[in-house]
Write a protein that binds this ligand. Sequence first.
Ligand code: ADE
Length: 245
Amino acid sequence: MRFDLITLFPDYMRNCAQVGVIGRAIERGLLGLHCWNPRDYTDDPYRRVDERPFGGGPGMVMLVDPLQRTLAAARADDGELARVIHFSPRGQLLTQARVRELATLPRLILIASRYEGVDQRFLDQHVDEELSIGDYVLAGGELAALVLLEAVGRLQAGVLHSADSAQQDSFGESGLLDCPHYTRPEHLADGEVPPVLLSGDHAAIARWRREQQLLQTAQRRPELLAHARLSDADKALLKKHGYVV
Ligand code: ADE
C-alpha cells in the first residue's frame, strides 16, 4: 500500500515513520511512503504557503494554490487512484472500523495542515474525507496522519509478525477491548500471573481471555458493548457480574 503525505515537515514525518514495524515494512517495500512539501510548489520568493484570513481573526490560513499544485504532483507520481484525506478536529472521528476499511485501498494521500486551517475551497474541491483523531486540538495534522499511517499500515499483509496479532486487537472483530497479558517471571512481589494462563488448558485460557475482554470493556468503555458481537454466554456472564446489556 502506498501513502503520500503532504506536509510542511517532511523530515519529521520520515523520521517518525522509520521506527518499529512501520519502518521495517517501508524498508521491505510492503509500504510505500512519499512526502510532498507545499513549499516546493509555490512561486512566492519567500515560499509562503499561508495568508491572513479574510474577515480578520487570529492565525493564518493555508493557500489553495500551493496545496493544489502539491496534490497534483503527488497524484501524477503514480497512476493508482488515491483517496485524499485531510486531518482536522472538524473531521469524523477515526475508529478501528474506518481503519479496516481504509486498509483495503491501494493508496492514500494524507494532508497534514498547519496554522488555523486550510482555505475551504481547497477542501471542497479536492478532499474526499476529513478525519479527526480525537476531541482535542493539535498544532497540526502531522501526528494525526502518522496515527493513520501506523493504524492502517500495520494491517497490511506481512507487516505484523503474525496476522493473529491484529485479530486479537482491541476493537477487533468482537468490538471488545483486548484482555490483559502477562509474561515471565511467573512470580513478582507486585503480583502473580493468573493461574489459568499457566494451566496449559487452551479452552480454559480462551474462556478466561473472553471473560476479561467482556469485563474490561464493561468497566472501562461500557458504550462499546452496544455494538459488540455478544453471544448468549457473553451476555449471561456480564449479567452475572451485574452489567446490563
Ligand atoms: N489537527 C489538529 N487537531 C487535530 C485532531 N484532533 N485530529 C486530526 N487533525 C487535527
